[in-house]
Write a protein that binds this ligand. Structure first.
Ligand SMILES: [Mg+2]
Length: 309
């Protein structure tokens, strides 16, 4: 890297690491972190690969915003389980090929953005590694450990025929931004919402939308062994219908609610609007239903990651 050694990078990660956090007996600095799982809780573990040219481009975002984005993508998976994120691990591979190397200040900014976002979500940076990437792309591998009370984590497999299908926020914002040459909107992992839905036992299944509604809904109904109907006119659009259905990286929550419990569901939770977009059926596959009852199959949209668009 221009004007900087790997040793200095490792030292920066160490300085940014959390010195103390609840449940962290040993953080960065030893061979492995030593962490406690609170009594009565289960550990949620998610890993997310953030690849330059596939998930982001350096010219899209200031370095700190890219670091924040790398963390928030992974936090969204903990939100999808209704969990509480506790510890983060970041491994960063930096391009070494000449002409593709980011500046030292870019990498420093990325790491600082990641660490600042972790602090704002009360997540301890408990480990990390850095090195050279043989390729021309920067890679960030993010691992988050979270917790949820035993047996309560929200799964994709619990949807039942008759349940109502909901999404949070609006869909298609990233695709709309990129298609019109604007910067990607920041990710707001729906942690408070996910935790509320799980702890109030309002839902039967939940996941986050990372690859677009068409792809992710098909995943949810496959895991639950059910079908689904989506009412086109109810979709909360941030752009066009196509962007809402097949654009990816919304990082909103998709969840199912028993019809009898839907009355208990507020219109918004933690400041995020909730919209009923359809229902779960006993049939197979996902279907789009238009205003005159016209039905067409909603197949996975073959989401190409944002960097390819
Ligand atoms: Mg996910």
């Amino acid at each position: 890297m221009k004007g900087w050694s790997e040793t200095e990078l490792v030292e920066l990660v160490r300085r940014l690491g959390s010195a103390a956090a609840p449940g962290m007996r040993v953080g960065i600095g030893d061979d492995a972190a030593v962490l406690e799982v609170p009594r009565g809780q289960e550990l949620l573990v998610t890993t997310d690969l953030f690849v330059e040219g596939v998930h982001f481009r350096r010219r899209w975002l200031p370095a700190a915003a890219a670091g924040r984005r790398a963390l928030c993508r992974a936090l969204s998976d903990i939100a999808a389980m209704g969990g509480e994120p506790r510890f983060a691990f970041l491994s960063l591979a930096v391009p070494s090929a000449s002409g593709l190397q980011p500046s030292a200040s870019w990498v420093r900014g990325f790491l600082r953005g990641f660490a600042a976002a972790a602090r704002s979500f009360h997540v301890a940076l408990a480990g990390g590694d850095t090195g050279s990437s043989g390729s021309g792309a920067l890679l960030a591998d993010v691992i988050i450990l979270g917790t949820a009370p035993k047996g309560t984590a929200a799964l994709r497999s619990g949807a039942r025929p008759g349940d109502l299908l909901f999404v949070s926020g609006r869909l298609g914002a990233l695709a709309a931004a990129l298609d019109s040459g604007r910067r990607p909107p920041p990710i707001h992992p729906r942690l408070a919402l996910g935790k509320h839905l799980r702890s109030h036992r309002l839902i039967t299944a939940m996941m986050d939308l990372s690859d677009g509604l068409s792809t992710d809904l098909n995943r949810l109904i496959r895991e639950s062994g059910v079908g689904a109907e989506v009412d086109i006119d109810r979709l909360p659009l941030a752009g066009t219908l196509q962007q809402a259905l097949h654009g990816g990286e919304d990082y909103e929550l998709l969840f199912t609610v028993p019809e009898a419990g839907a009355g208990r569901l507020p219109r918004s939770i933690a400041g995020v609007a909730l919209t009923c977009i359809g229902r779960i059926t006993s049939g197979r596959g996902a279907w789009l239903v238009g205003s005159r009852g016209r039905r067409r199959r909603l197949s996975p949209g073959g989401w190409e990651h944002a960097g390819n668009t």
